[in-house]
Design a protein around this ligand. Structure first.
Ligand code: TGC
Ligand code: FAD
Length: 390
């Protein structure tokens, strides 16, 4: 494994505050020391390194932007830099943190009662309770509004029935946030303890992507939960979409991290690999063109992430701006990973280098949290005023 060197061609670091650089550097150190040495074997074995959860908690990665209930009180830019560093390690590690923090802690914080916040947030911040987010169903991915999962009120309880598919951390979570339609056909969020009778989570095997992350299918068969497990502030599809704004924002930064790792690997490799004489392949024009294309695209993506982060810190980032960030930066990272794989020749397909793993991971990142094309349609809707989903 080559030692990572920072990727900052246009001096993005100079646009960061001292504290932002501190947060980035400590996340970077942790990833270097704890993720990089084990990640290839985790991916090979199809194993999420769950033993690192207490350390991630101690680093303040969970609920990082909350300044209460034990959260580290990071700014949005600081949180983004953490996501960048985690995904430079592996998209699956960033996924785990995104789901736990942005898709489970955030909705409890935003839509939950005071009692729910006190019960769930401190142990989640400490990594003692893990969460998953169940929106997607086998027949409803890009169009979650069509979901079939139901929550029927029965006295002081809700009874849940349905299937959720492709759920990150589904089989390791103690609490699942399940999105279901209530008796009035309104989408609401329900906190379901995963040891309740009728709840089943099965790990999906055979993934060629995000191998160091747990992905599961969930089935709910007459699962009874107290009525108090309903997140009272939720109502309609806009509630889960509001959570997705947080997670998509983190992905926009994370993808930059994956691209930085792929680019730096390709740059170093091109510097020592020789063909046709004594000159490294980095001395050939076509190779330089590829490397320049990569650093050009990464620099643009870094600026985009930082600008959306600054807007978000001011409470001004719109969902469409976050869609543009996710769409651009994930596509950029996938292109960068493919170009890096090409530059490594046959070595590009081996897990001695991190490039193929990142490339395969980014295929999932391109699809989840809204596919590339769904984000095209969201931005298209925003600029034209005309909805083109159906
Ligand atoms: P539409 O009628 O457009 O919207 C319904 C209501 O929601 C509001 N809204 C939003 N609110 C907050 N934030 C957003 N981003 C919002 N987008 C829309 C909208 O204003 C409306 O409000 P109201 O008051 O009028 O009711 O809904 P639609 O059914 O036409 O669908 C819209 C569409 C396609 C944009 C949306 O459904 C979508 O984004 N689809 C993609 C699905 C998706 O992203 N799924 C992600 C599942 S979770 C996941 O992948 C986790 S992986 C994590 C990991 O491992 O890292
Ligand atoms: P589909 O919606 O069937 O889309 C298939 C293709 O059709 C795509 O190319 C899409 O862009 C295109 N398409 C669809 N509609 C249109 C349209 N109107 N116009 C043009 N093209 C269109 N979900 C969760 O709820 N929680 C999770 O934790 C979670 N984790 C995931 C982890 C992984 C590893 C993966 C791969 C997925 C995860 N997902 C999760 C699910 C993810 O959000 C969905 O896969 C995603 O929203 C796309 O849905 P789909 O796979 O059903 O594809």
């Amino acid at each position: 494994m080559l030692k990572f060197r920072d990727v900052d061609f246009i001096g993005i670091g100079t646009l960061l505050s001292e504290n932002e650089r501190l947060v980035r550097d400590s996340a970077r150190r942790w990833v270097e020391e704890r993720i990089i040495p084990i990640i290839e074997s985790c991916a090979r074995e199809g194993r999420f390194p769950i033993e690192l959860v207490p350390e991630m908690a101690a680093m303040g990665f969970f609920g990082a932007t909350m300044s209460d209930y034990g959260g580290a009180g990071m700014s949005q830019v600081e949180y983004g830099l953490v996501m960048q560093e985690l995904e430079r390690g592996d998209s699956g590690i960033r996924s785990f943190v995104s789901v736990h923090s942005s898709l489970v802690m955030y909705p409890i914080h935003t839509f939950g009662s005071e009692e729910q916040k006190q019960k769930w947030l401190p142990p989640m911040q400490a990594g003692e309770v893990l969460g998953c987010f169940g929106l997607t169903e086998p027949d409803f991915g890009s169009n979650p509004g069509g979901m079939r999962t139901r929550a029927r009120k029965s006295g002081n309880e809700y009874v849940l029935n349905g299937e959720k598919m492709w759920i990150t951390s589904g089989s390791i979570a103690q609490v699942a946030l399940i999105w279901a339609k209530d008796d009035d056909d309104r989408i609401r969020g329900f906190l379901v303890e995963t040891d309740r009778p009728g709840f089943r989570a099965e790990t999906i095997h055979g993934k060629m992507s995000l191998r160091a992350s747990v992905t599961s299918s969930l089935s709910l068969n007459d699962v009874r939960i107290p009525a108090a497990n309903l997140l009272p502030g939720t109502g309609g599809l806009k509630s889960p979409l509001q959570c997705l704004n947080q997670a998509r924002y983190g992905i926009g930064w994370g993808a930059v991290g994956a691209a930085m790792q792929c680019y730096d690997t390709a740059l170093q490799y091109a510097g020592f690999r020789k063909q046709f004489g004594d000159k490294p392949i980095a001395g050939h024009q076509l190779v330089q063109q590829k490397l320049v294309g990569m650093i050009n695209a990464i620099s643009q993506a870094q600026l985009l992430a930082l600008q959306v982060g600054r807007l978000k810190d001011r409470g001004e980032a719109s969902p469409a701006q976050i869609s543009l960030l996710k769409r651009n930066n994930v596509a950029m990272a996938l292109d960068t990973a493919r170009a890096a794989r090409d530059l490594l020749g046959a070595n590009g397909i081996a897990d001695e280098y991190p490039v193929f793993r990142h490339m395969a991971n980014l295929e999932s990142v391109n699809t989840y949290e809204g596919t590339h094309d769904i984000h095209t349609l969201i931005v298209g809707h925003s600029i034209t005023g005309i909805e083109a989903f159906s």
